[in-house]
Design a protein around this ligand. Structure first.
Ligand code: CMC
Length: 427
């Protein structure tokens, strides 16, 4: 009997099976052979919300949730946040290695070449109501791009995939900035390719009557935040991109599915929900009562808890450092005081300790975005900008993975047994 294997006895039949263990994992399909009768379907595994199921092999991001470790392609997130740029990280995630100087220059030029969107996109945007949520606009426009680039359906051509990945990375800040300007009734500002990736985005969002004069500290802080969000292995939105992409649809459609998933308050929408929660608390003195209500089941402490991290989210640690630099420039956000006190109280509370609930990436990021001048409903769009390189790298990896097929889970049917149709007069 192989040492790296699992012996399973099916007590219905008394038969024993040997199932190989590879990478501390057993294959769900190895259970299919376990049947009571020959014409049975065989055993399935049941795992709602993928609590303990690996759906792919991936060489992109490594997370150790118990020890609070996050690495992109082997590089610690702390080092990338300190020393890298967003475009460099995007290259690393997509290509697997850090670029040489020459590769980076070429990559930067290629991205700049594709920052413009078709003029019809501006008219498409005009169709949104004045109060449309910017994340809804973002997901609509990114999805619509698939109609502007019908060539994107040639997903088996590597050069074509590369072009679409470049297009998505290059156009995402332009679309995000357009959504921002639309919400405010401001004229659109088009890309200025003399600026770098982040500078160009900041200019397209904030420029009024001439080029925006950037605050370098805030601009670098935004860049760090985007780096921290760039990938996070098989989270809800990445799984959405992989699942939708597995149907071999074009990448604009697959990425818009990721944006839709990120929109939700349990995922990227949490940074917006944190600010609403801090507003609701209103004052430090109300925190104990608020925490009491959360513990009694009256909602969640937004920005706390994580499916994978069971210790301090390493991104939240870095974001707290970024916050210090930002608030030195902008003055203290009064909500920061409430957030710090809320964190202190929660981390000492038995309820949160027992469940290993720590601040996640969203707990402090919203406060920083607000200090930078972005409205609450825009925070998730910033998350989407940051996550774009990760989605694209994961999409490419999924397509090249010979073990992957169209994603199609099984179910356990719980509905009625076969029954005859009842005419409407008899119901
Ligand atoms: N506040 C209070 N209780 C919580 C929280 C929270 N934020 N998160 C989890 N719990 C409790 C939960 O009620 C459960 O308690 P019990 O065992 O008594 O039923 C226990 O902790 C385990 O929680 P879970 O819901 O089984 O954990 P999960 O892995 O399914 O959920 C989560 C992870 C992130 C969805 C959840 O922690 C949550 O809803 N947090 C608030 C929303 C949030 O901040 N989301 C951002 C996540 S990080 C960025 C991103 O992914 O986009």
């Amino acid at each position: 009997m192989a040492k790296d294997s699992l012996s399973i006895t099916d007590n219905r039949t008394g038969r024993t099976y040997e199932v190989p263990i590879d990478d501390e994992t057993v294959k769900a399909l190895d259970f299919r052979q376990m049947k009571e009768a020959e014409d049975d379907f065989g055993l399935k595994t049941y795992d709602p919300a993928f609590m303990n199921t690996a759906a792919c092999r991936s060489a992109i991001t490594y997370i150790d949730g118990d020890r609070g470790i996050l690495r992109y392609r082997g590089y610690p997130i702390e080092e990338l946040a300190e020393r890298s740029t967003f475009l460099e990280v995007a290259y690393l995630l997509g290509e697997g290695e850090l670029p040489t100087r020459q590769q980076l220059d070429q990559w930067t030029d290629t991205i700049k070449y594709h920052t413009y969107v078709h003029t019809n996109i501006t008219r498409f945007l005009e169709g949104f109501r004045y109060d449309a949520h910017p994340m809804g606009m973002m997901l609509g426009v990114v999805g619509a791009l698939s109609t502007f680039y019908p060539d994107a359906k040639h997903i088996h051509d590597p050069a074509n995939r590369y072009l679409q990945r470049v297009r998505l990375l290059a156009k995402a800040p332009t679309i995000a900035a357009f959504a921002f300007r639309h919400s405010r009734g401001l004229p659109l500002v088009f890309p200025d390719n003399d600026l770098d990736y982040i500078g160009n985005f900041v200019n397209m969002t904030f420029s009024i009557g001439g080029r925006h004069k950037p605050n370098k500290v805030l601009q670098r802080a935004l860049e760090i935040l985007l780096i921290l969000h760039a990938d996070h292995e098989q989270n809800c939105s990445t799984t959405a991109v992989r699942t939708v992409g597995s149907s071999h649809v074009d990448p604009f459609s697959a990425i818009s599915a990721g944006i839709a998933a990120l929109y939700g308050p349990l995922h990227g929408g949490a940074n917006e929900a944190v600010l609403l929660m801090l507003d609701e608390i209103g004052d430090k003195k109300n925190i104990p009562q608020f925490v009491k209500e959360v513990k009694a089941g009256g909602g969640k402490l937004m920005g706390f808890g994580h499916r994978v991290y069971k210790s301090y989210d390493p991104r939240a640690k870095l974001i707290k450092q970024v916050a210090d630099g930002v608030f030195e420039q902008t003055g203290l956000n009064p909500k920061l005081e409430i957030a710090l006190e809320l964190e202190r109280i929660a981390l000492e509370d038995e309820y949160f300790i027992k469940r290993k609930l720590y601040p996640n990436v969203d707990f402090y990021s919203g406060l920083i975005y607000q200090a930078m001048g972005y409205p609450t409903e825009y925070f998730t769009v910033l998350f989407a900008l940051g996550r774009m390189p990760g989605w694209l790298a994961q999409w490419e990896e999924m397509l090249l993975d010979k073990e992957q097929k169209i994603a199609r889970p099984r179910q356990i049917y719980t509905g009625p047994d076969k029954r005859p149709f009842v005419p409407i007069e008899q119901r």
